[in-house]
Every structure is written in structure tokens, then in C-alpha cells.
Design a protein around this ligand. Structure first.
Ligand SMILES: C[S@@+](CC[C@H](N)C(=O)[O-])C[C@H]1O[C@@H](n2cnc3c(N)ncnc32)[C@H](O)[C@@H]1O
Length: 259
């Protein structure tokens, strides 16, 4: 059974495997990868985690898996591995999106500066919800268009109204660090917070109000905070009690709730 609007300390694989099947609409999460950060020394198995998430995802539900990789000599390609592992666990790789970081402090001397991570959008069958985010078009208003030539070979001019907005493409750009990722100072006690707007953009895209949003490796609680702000139900799990305390603090501030 799931207890919505809750933060839980524990191994997400064990906890998810104790839930009923097909009870989650959306997961937005970011796993540890390549031992890049020391998350209190906990080990991580992508296959066990993705298959546990797949089991609890509703038909048509989505799991957004935000993952980078280690660059040390060459690239580890572990983000690509995760895409294949998710597919082997039964997910469709609905999209592979790019999370582009506007400010990237780490330069490479012999390659271009890496400025992105992948956002692998797994779905359990065809996504049941898609509310496309829009952006303004560069050219809009009325323009004179020339219609195709007919058999008489005459160009006919006519006024057409160009669309004011279009669906965004799949490269999303966010500023990172204080003010970009979040303005919650306490969040930075966690070593790898992702931007609040990234979580919110996926929540708005793949769910409707009242749906259940999960982050099984919630760290500082970014996904839960954004789900709450957007009127979704939420559940956060992290193996570290210390990180769950940070998440509780952020949730309390965001909602005047005691979680
Ligand atoms: C990349 S961080 C997530 C950060 C989060 N997106 C945020 O904005 O704060 C990955 C998290 O996974 C947690 N973790 C690792 N293995 C886990 C497991 N088996 N179950 C639950 N959490 C786990 C770590 O403690 C760490 O906080």
C-alpha cells in the first residue's frame, strides 16, 4: 500500500517491491552513477531499481530518469547503459531528452565543455498523459504568404497568421547552482540536486492534478516539492536519513506542512 504525501527512509527497491503493482503515474528521479558522488557509501543497482519502478508504474505511466556519466579519460557511457537496462526491464524508451546546463564550470583541456545530462523518458506502453509545454515562436503575427503555383503558374499572395507558440523541443536548458537549481539553501547540503524547474516541467508534461508522483531516490526532495506545488500527490524515498531530513525541511517550508 502506498501512503501518499510522505517521505520514507529506506532502500527504495525493497520498499517499492512491497507495494501493490501499478499505483504510480509518474516517477522523476536521478540515480547515483559511476560512483561520482559519495552518497554516504550506499551501493546502487540500476536493474533492480528500474524493474521495481516498472512494477509500480501504471499502464501508460512514465519514468523520467535523469542521468549523467563520468568523464575520466573517456566517457563511461553509463547513461546509455541505463537506457538499455530500462528497456530490458519492460519500459519503452519513449524519448531521450537533454538537460542542458546553462552554466558549466568544468572545462576539459582536450574536448569541448560537457554541458548536459540525459533525461531518459521511459513509458509503460503508450503514455496516457501528455500536456506539451509551449514556447513563443520567433516570428508571429500576420505575414503575406505566396501560395503554390497552380496550373496557370500564377503566384497568389494571401495574408496568413503565424502561430504565437509552438511545442518545445526536447533539449531543455536550466541554470544550475543557487538561484537556478533552487533558492532553498539547505538543499545544497545534498551533493547532487537537480533544478526545481526540471522536475516541475516533467510533472506538468506527464501528469494531471491529483496524480501520484514518485521519486524513489529523492535526495533533497526536489521532485516532491514540485509535485506538491503543482497539486499532485507525491512520495519520496531515500536510503539516507540525513537526506530525508533535508527533504522534510524543504517540504515544510514549501507547504507549511509537518511531514
Ligand atoms: C542523484 S541523488 C538524487 C538527488 C535529487 N534528485 C535532488 O534533487 O536532491 C541520488 C540519491 O539516491 C539515493 N539512493 C541511492 N541508493 C538508493 C536506494 N537503494 N534507495 C533509495 N535511495 C537511494 C542517494 O542517497 C542519493 O540521495
Amino acid at each position: 500500500m502506498i501512503d501518499a504525501n510522505n517521505l520514507i527512509v529506506g532502500d527504495a527497491v525493497e520498499i517499492l517491491n512491497s507495494w501493490n503493482e501499478a499505483c504510480v503515474d509518474l516517477t522523476v528521479t536521478s540515480p547515483p552513477y559511476d560512483n561520482l558522488r559519495n552518497y554516504k557509501g550506499y551501493s546502487f543497482d540500476a536493474e533492480l531499481m528500474l524493474s521495481a519502478i516498472h512494477r509500480v508504474t501504471k499502464k501508460g505511466g512514465v519514468c523520467v530518469w535523469v542521468v549523467g556519466e563520468k568523464i575520466n579519460g573517456g566517457r563511461s557511457l553509463s547513461s546509455f547503459d541505463h537506457a538499455f537496462i530500462g528497456r530490458d526491464c519492460g519500459f519503452t524508451v519513449h524519448d531521450v531528452m537533454i538537460y542542458q546546463k546553462k552554466n558549466t564550470p568544468f572545462q576539459r583541456s582536450n574536448a569541448y565543455t560537457n554541458c548536459y545530462e540525459l533525461m531518459i523518458v521511459f513509458s509503460k506502453g503508450k503514455p496516457k498523459t501528455f500536456n506539451p509545454l509551449k514556447e513563443p515562436t520567433k516570428r508571429h503575427g500576420w505575414e503575406t504568404a505566396v501560395s503554390n503555383k497552380g496550373p496557370d503558374a500564377v503566384n497568389r499572395k494571401r495574408p496568413v497568421e503565424l502561430k504565437k507558440e509552438k511545442t518545445k523541443n526536447n533539449i531543455w536548458q536550466y541554470a544550475v547552482g543557487y538561484g537556478g537549481t533552487t533558492t532553498d539553501k539547505i538543499a545544497f547540503q545534498h551533493p547532487a540536486v537537480f533544478p526545481e524547474k526540471l522536475a516541475a516541467d516533467h510533472i506538468l508534461s506527464w501528469t494531471n492534478p491529483g496524480d501520484i508522483v514518485l521519486d524513489p531516490m529523492c535526495g533533497s526532495g526536489t521532485t516532491c516539492k514540485m509535485a506538491h506545488k503543482n497539486n499532485r500527490k507525491w512520495i519520496g524515498i531515500d536510503i539516507s536519513k540525513e537526506y530525508i531530513e533535508i527533504a522534510k525541511n524543504r517540504m515544510a517550508k514549501a507547504s507549511n506542512l509537518t511531514v
